[in-house]
Design a protein around this ligand. Sequence first.
Ligand code: PEP
Length: 249
Amino acid sequence: MAATAPFIAGNWKMHGLCAQLDQLRILADGLANHPSPARVAVCPPATLLAQAAHMLMGSRVELGGQDCHCEASGAFTGDISAEMLADTGARLVILGHSERRTLHGETDAMVSAKVVASLRARLEPIVCVGEHREDREAGRAAPVVEGQLAASLPDRLAGARFSVAYEPVWAIGSGVTPSSDEIADVHDAIRRVLRARFGEQGARVRILYGGSVKPDNAAEILRIAEVGGALVGGASLAAADFLEIIAAA
Ligand code: PEP
């Protein structure tokens, strides 16, 4: 069963200098002028979080980071802890994004440790899972995702607020999306895992779809049972596009 208000989260990835903060202002103004039932968040680069938090104070737009280290502090040059993200005003964090898994060798165990860290810092995690094209072609999409979930979701999530984002790797940034049936099948599988693991709580966790969500396909994707929102990359960079996706929710 999909949760009530859809959750639309934007992942800016490594895009955005100070000048792009204007887009957040346009987004916040747009939501104020055209209220939507959707919960809305943006995860800009960590360098923009503090300024963004200041700018968005009093708005409906929540802020998140895109990754965190599992330790609170230490000799980890270049890394950012969950506590540091929270200190900027972020309330959420994306963890286990396929670009982290693929380009930075993050394993399920590392993702799980980061989820624990996010909870320690009172950040709400969005945990990403998704199959590679070869898995999909071999008919292994659901089992791969089930395996990622089993190992990436720590028991500590019991009673905590979190979301899962299903992001087929081959759909990210490609302009190609799975069919509605394919999305529905994997979301159903994720729901079964969440229910089995977390009971009633697992029935309410939002399961977001991510991968080439655009203004012209958002309504169709968001209508699919068990799709409780979207994690949006490229189309979240321009406030006008992101607002259109939110309007479809
Ligand atoms: C993402 O990076 O999480 C994503 C879904 O990207 P895009 O929407 O650009 O495919």
